[in-house]
Design a protein. Sequence first.
Length: 188
Amino acid sequence: MAAVRTFIAIRLHDSLQNAVSEIIDKLASTNAKVKWVEPENVHLTLKFLGNVEEERLPEVYEACERAAKGVAPIDIEMRALGCFPDTKSPRIVWLGIERGADALKRLQERVESELRATGFPKEDKPFRAHLTLGRVKGKQKLAALCRLLEEKRNVFVGTMRAEKISVMKSKTMPAGPVYTELQAIPLA
């Protein structure tokens, strides 16, 4: 049976892709060695599952449906730029979530709990609501990138209402990953 590289996410609304694209372009202008995420691939990961056997996907959908049940749509404000773990040794460049972060954490905990009850392992890192914009691949020009992140640390990008969670498939291609929504589960 084939395995599908799977994650659970809140997808970025199309209306915010231009704003995110502008932010990425500005950060990329530093010429730091970073693999930037394509704006249409930017998302908020609630849970990364890795390779899941196709016959287990219905279990994933059902667990996510249980997690979403009774959860109202979440108003999110995207604001702030930063990096993990810190600017001294950045590995991930992110866009932060200001309003809605606590509600997202509660939703993530529900998703985590339901998937754990189904037999999927618990996430080993604590959840921090963010959207990954890029992955650092080398030390070249990092100082310039970190200065710009500091300058733009409180930048306002936009707001959106998260009305669904998505079970996503990730396929690695030479040009970068291709994400496909397998199932959309409404928050209601």
